[in-house]
Design a protein around this ligand. Structure first.
Ligand code: SAM
Ligand code: SF4
Length: 333
């Protein structure tokens, strides 16, 4: 074993990818994630500071972390995020810093983020129809997201990936327009199956629009999709390309084809808890170590122990599935 690879669980999975939530706040209210109103947010003093996050990353590198993704809530509502990106990107051993954003504030920040060292960006947009966008997000902002996508490309992000949650009865009409966008605009569209992590606890299996149906629709309505070769075996998306080589589509089939056995991801919540899985019911409080007398070795041990306790996979498809108390915006997607 590489001495850096200490984040290995009892099923042999090596973890190198840390997803950091920087806030649970958001400027929109996607129904599959947040409640419409009266959200109780974390107090500001509960949030890890940039210096505290930087410390966790530095410690993480000593045990094998080399990839970071910032998320939330909406990460771009956290003031001066570019400063965190500069700090994290400069840590020796970090080879990749990514961001997942809803894109609303991206047009004004894209260049700053790129200049700070961010290279990978995923923009979430579930519908190309502005009316449907508002139905899903329960807020205005469609035009701003589109501006954000253009700004990301202009700033130099390549590829720009678009994440679209697939919900039966809601997003079927968006499949073909997204397929065409992938071909015309040179962005990769990644369809994500709706997962049971919504605040309203309204998820049902019948509300998931499955990856295979999306592949069938695109293959029938546009042209056949072919699986791509040489993809990263640990990436959650199965990637396809249209038969003529133009337009990439990713499918994140978390419900119909769980990819838990190749998971290399570990999470830090905005309020300083380690989570070894999106669906985990247990957390490790690292903030109390950081703000108490915990040493770097204590933080590393907490990370290793959390990973050692990781379960084999989620139980979405089982009658025993128990939804975590934290909804997606508070976990960090
Ligand atoms: N606010 C940012 C955004 O929306 O991109 C980052 C945080 S969001 C929680 C991260 C990703 O999780 C987004 O692509 C979002 O669409 C996805 N997501 C949220 N709730 C989900 C759910 N219940 N099922 C599937 N994906 C979900
Ligand atoms: Fe906000 Fe992202 Fe959740 Fe939508 S998915 S409500 S943009 S945190």
């Amino acid at each position: 074993m590489n001495p850096m690879e200490q984040l290995i669980d009892s099923f042999g999975r090596v973890h190198n990818n840390l997803r950091i939530s920087v806030t649970d706040r958001c400027n929109i209210r996607c129904f599959y994630c947040m409640p419409t109103e009266d959200v109780v947010f974390m107090q500001r003093n509960q949030l890890l500071t940039f210096e505290e996050i930087e410390r966790v990353v530095r410690v993480g590198v000593t045990v094998g972390i080399n990839k970071i993704r910032l998320t939330g809530g909406e990460p771009l509502v956290r003031r001066d995020l570019d400063q965190l990106i500069s700090k994290v990107a400069a840590i020796p051993g970090i080879r990749d810093v990514g961001l997942t954003t809803n894109g609303i504030l991206l047009a004004e920040q894209a260049q700053q983020l790129f200049d700070a060292g961010l290279r990978r960006i995923n923009i979430s947009l579930d519908a190309l129809d502005p009316v449907k966008f508002k139905e899903i997000t329960r807020r205005e902002g469609y035009e701003k997201v589109i501006e954000g996508i253009h700004a990301a490309k202009a700033a130099g992000f390549d590829p720009v990936k678009i994440n679209a949650v697939s919900i039966r009865g809601v997003t079927e009409s968006e499949i073909v327009p997204f397929g065409k966008l992938a071909r015309e605009a040179g962005v990769e569209i990644r369809f994500i199956e709706f997962m049971p992590l919504d605040s309203d606890n309204a998820w049902e299996r019948d509300k998931v629009l499955f990856a295979d149906e999306i592949v069938d629709t695109l293959s029938r309505e546009i042209m056949p999709l072919l699986p791509m070769k040489n993809r990263d075996p640990q990436a959650p998306a199965t990637e396809y390309v249209f038969e003529d080589g133009v337009g990439r589509i990713g499918l994140i089939a978390s419900v119909s084809r769980p990819f838990c056995m190749s998971c290399n991801r570990f999470r830090l919540t905005a309020d300083g808890k380690f989570r070894n899985c999106l669906f985990s019911l247990e957390e490790t409080d690292v903030k109390s170590l950081i703000r108490g007398s915990g040493t770097d070795a204590d933080i590393a041990r907490a990370m290793i122990e959390s990973i050692q306790a990781k379960k084999i996979g989620h139980e979405i498809n089982s009658a025993n599935y128990v939804q975590p108390i934290r909804p997606m915006h508070s976990i960090g997607g």
